[in-house]
Design a protein around this ligand. Sequence first.
Ligand code: GLY
Ligand code: MN
Ligand code: MN
Length: 345
Amino acid sequence: MTFDYAARRERLARLLPAHEVHALLVTSPVNVRYLTGLASSNAAVLVRADGTALLATDNRYIGAARELDVPSVEAADVAGRLKEPGAGIEAASMSVAAYHRLGEGLVPLGPVVELLRAVKDEGELELIRTACEITDRAFADVAPKIAPGMTERELAGLLDRRMTELGADKPAFDTIVAAGENGAVPHHAPTARELRAGDLVTMDFGARYQGYHADMTRTVSLGPPAAWQREVYELVAAAQRAGRHALAPGASAGEVDAAARSVIEDAGHGTHFRHGLGHGVGLEIHEEPFLGPSRTGRLEDRVPITVEPGVYLPGRGGVRIEDTLVTREGGPELFTKTTKELLVL
Ligand code: GLY
Ligand code: MN
Ligand code: MN
């Protein structure tokens, strides 16, 4: 997939006067990739308000850089090579050490490229859709193999391997598998804990495809669920549905969070849901915009985003249900299509 990188740099160039800088020195590797197409761990691009740009990278990547539609130079110190007095810099990406060395005359800025990246073009959405299809298929292929005696780590390994077999670059993040009481820890790292009949098992995983991420969580029951397990499951499912229905261009990030959170609070479980409702996905697994009680800003059209409420009961277990969707005029498009009925395996 190739993108119109020059058009992206032009959009950025037009934003710079509002930030009172004549140029932005972009040092975040993901932002450099977004603006030039160069995927690397060490590159910078200077984008000027007049639309011109210069890319710098080291000799590991300079060959790839020279194939691109932006002038490039080789430099060990990529940011130092491109710095211009009065240019903006990305405060979130430049280290304090680099700032002490280079920062004089530069203007630290908050997210600029990140906010541009939040709204995707149809080509990007196609890649995220494919990443989500791989994720759904991996779940469908692995679910019949989930059985008592398998460890959390083994199950995570099956999901990761299947996603790679189906064409993923790699897993989008470290896969989470949490069985029984471990389900009460939202970001539990898989262990040698064996799955047992009577467990709820939460799997949070996704594929990365051509740099773009998918993110999905499903909680299944190993054997018939107890009454409390079904009750918590149905509560989280209702909250997740309310959150999905609230996703719309123009909705505020806080309102969408509240639509789901209020369902959980009204059931008396507010203190058992202590993370944000969701986040944008794209070239990063967590990116703008973020949905949470104190988040400001409004959603736009064509923003891929997760909706992932959970209820976590210490010592007992938990349920999280997460989809990746994209905002659309007329209602969100669901990318992760695996059923949200409670699967009893
Ligand atoms: N897998 C990390 C998250 O859901 O945000
Ligand atoms: Mn997730
Ligand atoms: Mn997520």
